[in-house]
Design a protein around this ligand. Structure first.
Ligand code: NAP
Ligand code: G4F
Length: 375
């Protein structure tokens, strides 16, 4: 029976990986941070299970990491914790470096200090952002790195320090160079989730417009649930190696909008260019028209806002997952792009519907209280 420790267990990937490892019979431990409000929504359904345990630790706090690693003595560590938002890294570059760069070093040293260097397998969450201002398309394990944000520069340190400890101390530590992976649990300020939530709100009359930055940016988007399996496969490999994890298929932010809105019943067409580009309603399905009479052909639903432009933006990410496919037997096409968009939009349509139902119950309740119908 194996024991795993997941840092960043409250995040998108941490929650899917927990479910995956529990299904394999693992004892799963995770690190959480103290917060004045509860951010454990993604793992709430796992809390209380006998094989699921949480510990307070922070990647900026060596002592907390040494304490938890020496107590849990894991067979596998998945270091998923990070300040993971690229745009935020421009506003908080020092914090990002402390967590995403030095934090990785702290984990590796905590493993050594706990006497686990010879036994513990470590997965580091590297990123396609390392390719940044890309020097080759598509990108594979041999493509040179050119980080293009404070986030990517910090992650590059994490990537290299893992390689260094692998070679210097013969530790089983490796990095997954993961391309963007999304889900119904994705943070709401990443572009895909921002789009699927907006499509759901617009369809249900709760929002009128969506403001985005660079619509032409290209990404290789996969489904997070499929990607956590590959993290695990990397640690079961007979030797520690780095792998590109991607679907091998590329789409623009504009494409993502098109498919997400199409799924709620709105066909968009994009007119204009650059900062003047707009997403306009070309057609509406009769089903949607019947429930939202305010939507009209010609309405502008998407506009470009300079607020979402980055000082330097990575615009052409496209991964080549051949190595993971061949050596790990991983299937990069398990969930297609269209299926991913559908999963996300369906989940957000349900979320918005529940919020609307809650609002209507509250409004009715206030009315009933005022009229003395209920006390
Ligand atoms: P996420 O949803 O933003 O989750 C990040 C996790 O890190 C959260 O649990 C967060 O805890 C935790 N965290 C942040 N700062 C911390 C600190 N100082 N100490 C301890 N924990 C801290 O990210 P994700 O999408 O699941 O991504 C997981 C990892 O993969 C990250 O390292 C990310 O950089 C990397 N990655 C992601 C993608 C992608 O497309 N999703 C692609 C490539 C690489 P709180 O809940 O307390 O904030
Ligand atoms: O969704 P994003 O914020 O993801 P980004 O920057 O690619 O980073 C994510 O993927 C990385 C893997 O490559 C991870 F390492 C990282 O942790 C994170 O999970 O932005 C995607 C693209 C960018 O080019 C951005 O400029 O979408 C563009 N974009 C256009 N409008 C927008 C928006 N991004 C955001 N967040 N919000 C917008 O309104």
């Amino acid at each position: 029976m194996k024991t795993a420790l997941i840092t960043g267990i409250t995040g998108q990937d941490g929650s899917f990986l927990s479910e995956f490892l529990l299904s394999k019979g693992y004892e799963v431990h995770g690190t959480i941070r103290r917060s004045s409000v509860d951010y454990r929504e993604r793992i709430a359904h796992l809390e209380g299970q006998p094989k699921f345990h949480l510990h307070y630790a922070d990647l900026g706090d060596s002592m907390s990491l040494i304490r938890v690693i020496s107590k849990v003595r894991p067979d596998e560590i998945y270091n998923l914790a990070a300040q993971s938002h690229v745009q935020v890294s421009f506003d908080s570059p020092e914090f990002t470096a402390n967590v995403d760069a030095t934090g990785v070093l702290r984990i590796l040293e905590a493993v050594r200090l706990s006497g686990l260097a010879d036994t513990c397998h470590i997965y580091q969450a590297s990123t396609s952002e390392l390719y940044g201002k890309v020097e080759e398309v598509p990108q594979n394990e041999e493509t040179p790195f050119h980080p293009y944000s404070p986030y990517a520069v910090a992650k590059l340190y994490g990537h290299w320090i893992v390689k260094e400890y692998r070679e210097a101390y013969n530790m089983f530590c490796c990095s997954g160079i993961l391309f963007n992976h999304e889900s119904e649990r994705r943070g709401e300020t990443f572009v895909t989730r921002k789009i699927t939530l907006a499509a759901a709100r617009i369809a249900q009359g709760k929002q009128s417009k969506l403001y985005l930055g660079n619509l032409s940016s290209l990404r290789d988007w996969g489904y997070a649930k499929d990607y956590v399996e590959c993290m695990w496969l990397m640690l079961q490999n007979d030797k520690p190696e780095d792998f590109v994890i991607a679907t091998g298929i590329q789409h623009s932010v504009r494409d993502f909008c098109y498919y997400a809105f199409k799924h709620v019943g709105i066909e968009l067409e994009f007119v204009g260019e650059g900062a003047d580009e707009k997403g306009v309603i070309k057609s509406i399905t009769p089903q949607l028209s019947a429930v939202n009479k305010r939507l009209t052909v010609g309405d502008v639903l998407i506009e470009v806002s300079a607020d979402f432009f980055r000082p330097t933006d990575v615009v052409n990410l496209w991964g080549d997952p051949s190595k993971a496919k061949e050596k790990l037997g991983w299937n990069p096409q398990k969930t297609t792009f269209e299926e991913l968009v559908k999963i996300m939009v369906d989940a957000d349509m349900a979320k918005v519907a529940v919020e609307r139902a809650g609002e209507s119950i509250r409004t009715n309740l206030v009315e009933y209280l005022e009229k003395g119908i209920v006390k």
